[in-house]
Design a protein around this ligand. Structure first.
Ligand code: AFP
Length: 321
């Protein structure tokens, strides 16, 4: 079976970029093994501190962040890193060519209940910029050289793109290698499944309220078909389901907090997931424009997200027109 490194080599991916990807995967394997040991590795519960966004960090958030940071800082091709759990970018190697941006443990509220979590990553060129300053990282998602996530579920999966489609790998616990198990995965254009946190319904803008009302009306409403709903509360798991069997995922704009035009982060979640979804033939939007066309203004910026099966995303967007 083909390993991730063999596939990248066959696809003529720059060997330096492969080294940066390898560093992410090395850390993700460590995270996967810690998760398998669960309570026995002392990783559960709160670290009793908050990240820059005021969210209480779990122990494993902090451990995963430190693992990725330490391994990436030692990787000569990495110029700098930015993490959802770090206040500021962290410079790495002055001759490095890549910036690695990551959410070390997405869906961390799921850790203590033994439900799927994941690591999301995005790799940008450093273009010789100063990796100690935020400005160097503020590139649109279109600049991404690679993006992906490692999903820690019943098995550990890597879902990745370097701009040549989306491939899925499974971590073999015996050889500790990610092996190709689903090549060139695509998202079905039509769907009857949606994912949204319905408890925020009253805070959404009117077009979103109307669209979801029609989803709920099923075959008796304007959309003329019955829908199913799923919400794992970990974007990695919800997006993975969509890559696997189609669907629409929404964390739309809401009026709960004027400073947050959405819950999800552009650089750590929006851009890498959008690259994967577009590479798999799906669509990804803020509601107004493609997420990857957003010019970031700050590293921890939030963004509304509507992504998944192309026809369904187009339908959702049509309610705003
Ligand atoms: P955490 O990583 O802080 O648990 O947040 C996960 C997440 O950013 C994303 O993975 C989920 O889709 C979303 O938040 C879940 O949000 P709700 O708390 O509104 O369900």
């Amino acid at each position: 079976m083909q390993t991730v490194q063999q596939l990248l080599q066959n696809n003529n991916v720059d060997t330096k970029l492969v080294s940066a990807i390898d560093a992410v995967l090395e850390a993700s394997k460590e995270i996967s093994f810690l998760l398998q040991k669960g309570a026995m590795s002392g990783i559960l519960g709160s670290a009793e501190q908050e990240n820059v966004q005021g969210e209480t960090q779990k122990k494993l958030d902090v451990i995963s962040n430190d693992l990725l940071k330490d391994i990436l800082k030692d990787c000569p091709v990495v110029a700098g890193i930015a993490s959802e759990e770090e206040d500021f970018p962290v410079p790495a190697n002055k001759d490095g060519e890549f910036l690695v941006i990551f959410d070390p443990l997405d869906g961390s509220s799921n850790i203590d209940i033994n439900v799927t979590v994941g690591t999301i990553f995005s790799i940008l060129p450093s273009n010789g910029g100063d990796a100690s300053v935020e400005k160097t990282y503020l590139q649109s998602g279109r600049n991404q050289l690679a993006a992906g996530y490692v999903l820690y579920g019943p098995s550990t999966l890597l879902v990745m793109t370097t701009g040549q489609g989306v491939d899925i790998f499974t971590l073999d616990p015996e050889t500790k290698e990610f092996v190709l198990t689903d090549a060139q995965s695509t998202i079905t254009p039509a769907t009857q499944e949606f994912a949204i946190n319905m408890s925020n319904q009253r805070f959404w803008a009117e077009p979103m309220q109307n669209y979801v009302a029609d989803l709920l009306a099923g075959e008796t409403g304007k959309l003329g078909k019955r829908y199913n709903m799923r919400w794992v509360a970990a974007m990695v798991a919800d997006v993975h389901r969509i890559i696997h069997r189609g669907g629409i995922f929404m964390y739309p704009w809401d009026s709960r907090d004027a400073k947050k035009p959405g819950k999800l982060r552009l650089m750590y979640e929006g851009n890498p997931m959008s690259m994967l979804v577009e590479q798999a033939g799906g669509m990804s939007s803020t509601g107004e424009m493609a997420i990857m066309d957003v010019q970031p203004e700050t590293i921890h910026q939030r963004v509304p997200v509507i992504l998944g099966s192309k026809e369904e995303v187009e339908m959702a967007l049509s309610y705003s027109k």
